[in-house]
Design a protein around this ligand. Structure first.
Ligand SMILES: [Zn+2]
Length: 125
C-alpha cells in the first residue's frame, strides 16, 4: 500500500471529520443506524441529507477504503474513503461506479486521452 497516497487521503478525510458528529446524529435520527459504533473510526459516515436530495441510493451508511485489483496491470490498489466521499457528494457521481484501474494506469489513460484530444484538435486546425 502506498504510504504517500494514504497520507493525502487522510488529509482530505480530516476535513470531513468535523462533520462526523452531525452526520452520525442524522443517521441515528433517520434510522439508518441504531448505534454510533456502527460507523468504524476510519470510515466516513454518509450525509443522509445529501443522499436524499440527490436521489442517490448509496448501499452503505459509511465510506470505507475499498481494495481492488487493477484491470490493466493487475496490481492491488485501494479506493480511499475520502475519495469516495468526494466522488459521491461533491462530484455527484453514480453510486454504482467502482474503480477499475490503479492510480498509475489512470494517469496513463488520462495522458493517452489528452494526447488523442490534442492530436485531433491539431489535425482539424
Ligand atoms: Zn494498473
Amino acid at each position: 500500500m502506498d504510504k504517500a497516497r494514504r497520507t493525502r487521503s487522510n488529509q482530505r478525510l480530516r476535513k470531513v471529520l468535523d462533520d462526523r458528529p452531525r452526520r452520525i446524529q442524522m443517521l441515528l435520527e433517520r434510522g439508518f443506524i441504531k448505534n454510533a459504533s456502527e460507523i468504524p473510526d476510519d470510515a466516513i459516515p454518509i450525509d443522509p441529507e445529501f443522499s436524499t436530495k440527490a436521489g442517490l441510493c448509496i448501499p452503505a451508511v459509511c465510506y470505507q477504503d475499498i481494495e481492488f485489483v487493477c484491470t490493466d496491470c493487475g496490481r492491488p490498489d485501494f479506493w480511499s474513503a475520502g475519495s469516495q466521499q468526494h466522488y459521491f457528494e461533491i462530484s455527484k457521481a453514480s453510486p454504482y461506479k467502482q474503480p477499475k484501474r490503479c492510480y498509475d494506469c489512470r494517469q496513463q489513460e488520462l495522458a493517452r486521452k489528452t494526447q488523442a484530444g490534442a492530436g485531433s484538435r491539431h489535425k482539424s486546425s
